[in-house]
Write a protein that binds this ligand. Structure first.
Ligand code: AMP
Ligand code: ZN
Length: 113
């Protein structure tokens, strides 16, 4: 755990947030500043700073995608469509240096850019 990391504090329970999913490897909760009607973050329990630090061939990203797909069904956007986003580094606008996957849906999402 990184002591100054907001997502580590959510994983440990130090910051209270309703979890919409939890298992041995990841937790998921609603983004505090939602950019869409459905905006959930899927976050590994371990402190990994970003996708660049995930070793090649590691199963973590696959598990995060599986959980996001499950949550898309749970949030009833599986049929209408959704977007999974992982930001990495300054040009992406990554704010929190603890790996997370955004699940966005529930409206027509704008173009990527
Ligand atoms: P990123 O720009 O990819 O690093 O996204 C970080 C996301 O974390 C942003 O969309 C923030 O709104 C969200 N966020 C930051 N702090 C919290 C928090 N305490 N609970 C829920 N979401 C948060
Ligand atoms: Zn962390």
């Amino acid at each position: 755990m990184a002591t100054d990391c907001v997502f580590c504090k959510i994983v440990s329970g130090e910051i209270k947030t309703e979890l919409v999913h939890q298992d041995g490897d990841v937790v998921a909760f609603r983004d505090i500043h939602p950019r869409a009607p459905v905006h959930v973050l899927v976050v590994p329990r371990d402190h990994v700073p970003g996708v660049a630090e995930v070793p090649g061939g590691h199963s973590l990203i696959g598990h995060m995608v599986a959980v996001a797909n499950l949550l898309a069904k749970q949030e009833k956007v599986a049929g209408s469509g959704y977007r999974l986003v992982v930001n990495q580094g300054p040009d992406s606008g990554q704010e929190v240096r603890h790996l997370h996957m955004h699940l966005l849906g529930g409206k027509r999402l704008g173009p990527m850019g």
